[in-house]
Design a protein around this ligand. Structure first.
Ligand SMILES: [Mg+2]
Length: 129
């Protein structure tokens, strides 16, 4: 993707799991031009409820550090019921063992915070396009 090109995901639904409001603004702004429909969950529990009841979700952006039920556990439970939904973890810790745990939990991919726009777009595109 060049700098002037924009992905079109107007027929796609992305579930953003993120407990920090300021980060949800980032995703809204970053994804606006793609016209993807965004759903938001602010806890692992809410993410599981949405992902297992809404049959139209095409991809999940999963925060790892969440209150109560973390992103690892939420991913495990979602993948049990909806293994076909790609889950991209987004995490502030880029430690080697964390990457391993993310993939072990069932995430398809991961991106590190602070999230770079192009990395976000190209990672999502791998699973949507
Ligand atoms: Mg968080």
């Amino acid at each position: 993707m060049s700098n002037t090109e924009v992905y079109n995901w107007s027929d796609k639904v992305i579930l953003v799991v993120e407990d920090e409001e300021v980060n949800t603004y980032f995703f809204q702004a970053a994804l606006r031009k793609t016209e993807a429909k965004l759903l938001f969950a602010s806890s692992g529990r809410e993410a599981i409820d949405l992902a297992t009841s809404d049959t139209h979700i095409d991809l999940i952006l999963m925060d790892i550090r969440l209150p109560e039920l973390d992103g690892y556990e939420a991913t495990r439970q979602i993948k049990e019921k909806r293994p076909e939904i790609p889950i991209v973890a987004q995490t502030a810790y880029a430690m080697a063992n964390e990457r391993e745990n993310i993939l072990k939990a069932g995430c398809n991919d991961y991106i590190s915070k602070p999230i770079r726009f192009k990395v976000l777009m190209d990672t999502i595109a791998k699973y949507l396009d």
